[in-house]
Design a protein around this ligand. Structure first.
Ligand SMILES: Nc1nc2c(ncn2[C@@H]2O[C@H](COP(=O)(O)OP(=O)(O)OP(=O)(O)O)[C@@H](O)[C@H]2O)c(=O)[nH]1
Ligand SMILES: [Mg+2]
Length: 428
């Protein structure tokens, strides 16, 4: 399997050890090996070396320790044996469960959202991504500060230290709240700048690539634009949306943006913080939902992506489902089933180039659907304007006759105003 999530065996031995705990929640199917594979992928991307894994089917969640007491004991034995840096749970733990588990296991306990936050922190490059991730981290940490107190009290011990610790927590909380406030203000400013950038792009057809992490969004971006966006066999390779103009093989310019990958159990604060990056998505005319069809759980990944997009307020947009990596399919029936379930989807391979031409045609088809036909009569002296007109409208036909030139155009609603200002230009 070529997925990043399964790529944990090559971990460098110097990475800190981690024990992984996967559970199947009440009312869900049996513990998913694939979900655990994904957790392994997350752990290795966050530079941990998974040394042991545990799974448990839970009839109900223990409010104190999440797992049943027998399983906690098993994990404790493993902690004694391996002496890992952390025990990582595949589900979100409440602050209380986190604290209780740390006390019992005598080891740092993390949950899946925290690992995702660590990865985002490590990968954030731009001012915007760094601010967004930092904000999400602080919001996540705020209710969990008592956990640090747990460490503090163990380290320092002694009578009377509780008061010191509690005062310290109150101070820390205030500091974190102030910092959250500052970062939120900073993000508002960044958002303003981005809005101006987006305004400049109004009137151009905008296509955004969305989908589960590792689906091949950046690879597709590179195929369509010739850009060199980072493509990696790594979870969350892309954190910032990149925007590129595609001209080659398109009758008119299209703006394509690559966006951050989505994943199951994405920390809620992270989704909230990335709202501005995801405005790229909300402002698009067409979304291309890229799906890794070679992944055994592609249908679940599609549902997760759909669900998260709705959570981000993406509605009423044109969505084109693109099944990628068809070159890596173990069974061609999977493709037949997927196309049957999603008849208006298309299948491609960024690696072999299969389906790429059809994808271009589909993008053009979606664009043209938004344009209305328009007939424009020009005098011969206005021929010089045609070059300008081509920049804002699709010119389907040019008819030259003795009276002048008749253009058959297709126009977007925004382009009408631009056309009017072109026609007012002096021509001689
Ligand atoms: N076999 C095969 N692998 C592909 C194809 N397209 C992309 N990949 C591989 O899939 C992996 C992930 O590709 P990316 O383009 O980084 O995926 P992404 O969706 O941008 O991932 P994130 O930025 O992490 O969300 C890379 O190892 C690519 O080489 C394809 O058509 N076939
Ligand atoms: Mg990417």
């Amino acid at each position: 399997m070529k997925n990043k999530a399964a790529n944990y065996t090559n971990t460098r031995p110097s990475n800190p050890k981690a024990i992984l705990v996967g559970v199947s929640m009440p009312g869900t199917p049996s513990p998913s090996e694939i979900s655990l594979e994904e957790l392994k992928g997350l752990a290795t991307t966050a530079n941990y070396d998974p040394v042991a894994t545990f799974t448990q089917r839970l009839a109900e969640i223990n409010p104190k320790t999440f797992l049943g007491s027998g399983k906690v004991e098993e994990v404790k034995q493993a902690v004694r044996h391996h002496n890992p840096e952390a025990v990582i749970f595949d589900e979100e733990l409440s602050p209380r469960q986190n604290r209780e588990l740390e006390n019992i296991l005598k080891c740092r306990v993390m949950d899946r959202p925290w690992v995702i936050l660590e990865i985002f922190s490590n990968h954030a490059q731009t001012r915007e991504a760094k601010t967004q991730v930092e904000l999400a981290r602080l919001k996540y940490e705020l209710p969990r500060l008592t956990r640090m107190w747990g460490h503090l009290s163990r380290q320092r011990g002694g009578i009377g230290m509780k008061d010191v610790g509690e005062t310290q927590i109150q101070l820390d909380r205030r500091m974190i709240r102030n910092q959250i406030h500052k970062l939120e203000k900073k993000l508002v400013q960044i958002e303003k700048e981005k809005k101006t950038q987006r305004k400049n792009r109004s009137g151009v057809y905008k296509v955004a690539l969305v989908g589960y992490t590792n689906a091949g969004k950046s690879t597709l971006m590179n195929c369509l634009t010739g850009a060199d966006t980072l493509v990696e066999d790594k979870l969350f390779a892309t954190l910032d949306s990149t925007v590129r103009k595609i001209k080659k093989n398109f009758p008119y310019p299209v703006l394509l943006s690559d966006t951050v990958g989505l994943i199951d159990k994405l920390p809620h604060d992270l989704v909230a913080s990335f709202k501005s990056t995801l405005d790229e998505v909300r402002n698009a005319d067409l979304l291309i939902h890229v799906v890794d069809l070679s992944h055994p759980e592609y249908a679940k990944q599609m549902n997760t992506a759909d669900h998260l997009l709705r959570e981000m307020g993406v509605e009423d947009l044109d969505i084109l489902t693109v099944f990628n990596k068809v070159d890596a399919l173990s069974d061609i029936e999977i493709l037949d089933q997927a196309i049957h379930a999603f008849p208006s989807s298309i299948s491609i391979s960024c690696h072999s180039g299969q389906g790429m031409e059809f994808l271009r045609e589909k993008i053009i088809y979606h664009y043209e659907k938004k344009l209305s036909p328009f007939r424009l009569e020009l005098e011969h002296s206005q021929a010089i304007l045609i070059q300008e007109i081509r920049k804002v409208a699709l010119v389907l036909k040019e008819d030259y006759n003795s009276k002048g030139i008749v253009l058959s155009l297709r126009l977007s609603p925004e382009a009408k105003a631009k056309l009017e200002s072109i026609l007012k230009q002096p021509t001689l």
